[in-house]
Design a protein around this ligand. Structure first.
Ligand code: LLP
Length: 429
């Protein structure tokens, strides 16, 4: 069910009126629905029932502490990719034994931090990384549970910038080199290489690449076991796609139940603990970006609706040509006519466009719009480009709301800069 619906003619997040919220805290702002986060987690977790598994939410999708804490209370673990994310998830209450650490370029300091925290698993992506981890572990007298990420050379058939499982991508080690690396790992004191990881990309709308990748994973598991390796844990990555309501999208996102059935089918018989790392699926449609119309401008061939949010707040349309539905916060009357408009931000780039030829009811300056499916890879990818401060994030639960990240003021942003000493003497030196 959709928790962003019209109530009394205005869009609400659960039971919270977004118009009143916008008046109270100002625009733009992100707004997340607790009920949606919880439901997505529960549906995905239930899809894997019968398997010994942990759902490790991929925090990179939305790392707001309140969002992580909401999911931790549902029983979620976390997939982190930096020392910063590790700090965030522990602070938000995720149990360390439910944390996996992914990523192609971990530093020695991050490895040490993860070992000290006692996390469940390090996902290693190269031989040099394995060697460094072994050194860090040895210095600490630790033995680290490791999954080596294999690159299955499978095309995930998604946007090229978020495809990760092809041989030419930087991720993992070639699957056919697994025997060499596991043999090497066996000789390293600090390493317990009892897991295998795979992640082939993000926003997958077809299950076939998963079938291919997990088939390869199962094969590698059997081969390594035949060579005497005690493989007990499989990390299946994330990547399951979500509907963005794009009318041009020929295929819709596969239901989690179908994904769960596929997982059972491909790896269920291997007697391994299974980790999955969904990010977008949990957070994507749990969030919107609320923005106010500044101007309506008629160009030579198009009408532009200029809003106060921009590409620095939500980068996905600019970076991936991603489609995000844009809706009016005022409920259109039944049969109300619409007109095609381009919804654009104030940043000085043509790429600062949220949507082209979108059919919206007539809008005026001061009206509110909501950009949907913005809960994942929205606020986390924001920048302060064009001197635009980061925008607030609000979490709602039923009729309650909380500002879970306050608005940053321009003066505070400037506080990170410092003047060079030779510029502070009146310019004389
Ligand atoms: N596990 C690993 C190792 C990953 O690299 C990722 C995402 C995930 C899990 C979670 O994938 P998800 O379930 O969210 O698809 N900024 C891009 C998406 C980047 C995904 C990076 N890795 C976007 O906005 O589309």
């Amino acid at each position: 069910m959709d928790h962003f619906q019209y109530r009394d003619g205005r869009l609400a997040a659960e039971e919270v009126d977004l118009t009143a919220l916008a008046d109270q805290i100002g625009t733009p702002f992100y707004c997340y629905s607790t009920a949606t986060l919880e439901r997505h987690f529960q549906v995905f977790d239930a899809a894997l029932q019968g398997l010994d598994h942990t759902v490790c939410y991929a925090v990179k999708a939305n790392s707001n502490l309140a969002v992580i804490a909401t999911l931790a209370r549902q029983g979620a673990g976390a997939d982190v990719v930096s020392g910063g994310e590790l700090t965030q998830v522990l602070k938000a209450g995720v149990a360390p034994e439910k944390v996996v650490f992914s990523g192609v370029g971990k530093t020695a300091a991050e490895m040490a931090q993860a070992i000290d925290a006692g996390i469940a698993q390090m996902n290693v992506e190269s031989e040099p990384e394995l060697a460094l981890l072994a050194m860090v572990a040895r210095d600490k007298g630790a033995r680290v549970p490791v999954a080596i990420r294999i690159n299955p050379d499978v095309d995930a058939k998604t946007h090229e910038k978020i495809t990760t499982g092809r041989a030419e991508n930087k991720f993992g080690i070639d699957w056919d080199r697994a025997p060499d690396i596991y043999a090497r790992a066996r000789d390293l004191d600090g390493i317990d290489a009892s897991g295998i990881a795979v992640h082939i990309g993000s926003q997958l709308t077809d299950l076939t690449p998963y079938r291919d990748a997990y088939g390869r994973l199962a094969q590698v598991t059997r081969d390594l076991r035949a060579q005497g390796h005690d493989i007990r844990r499989l990390d299946l990555g994330g990547g399951l796609g979500i509907p963005y309501a794009d009318p041009a999208e020929a295929v819709s996102a596969p239901p989690p139940e179908d994904y769960g059935a596929l997982v059972r089918d491909m790896v269920g018989g291997l007697d391994c603990h299974v980790t999955v790392e969904p990010g977008r699926l949990i957070a994507g449609n749990a969030g919107i970006l609320v923005t106010r119309v500044l101007y309506v401008k008629d160009g030579a061939t198009r009408r532009f609706v200029i809003v106060d949010a921009a590409m620095n707040d939500l980068l996905r349309p600019t970076l991936y040509d991603a489609y995000h539905a844009v809706v009016s916060v005022r409920e259109p009357a039944a049969g109300e006519s619409t007109q095609p408009v381009d919804v654009v931000g104030p940043v000085c780039e043509t790429g600062d466009t949220f949507g082209e030829e979108r059919h919206l009811p007539a809008v005026m300056p001061g009206d509110l719009l909501a950009i949907r499916s913005a809960g994942a890879y929205g606020a986390v990818m924001a920048s302060t480009y064009n001197g635009r401060p980061l925008v607030p994030e609000v979490l709602v639960s039923g009729g309650r709301h909380a500002v879970v990240r306050r608005r940053v003021e321009a003066e505070e942003m400037m506080g990170f800069d410092a003047m060079a000493p030779w510029l502070t003497d009146g310019g004389a030196g």
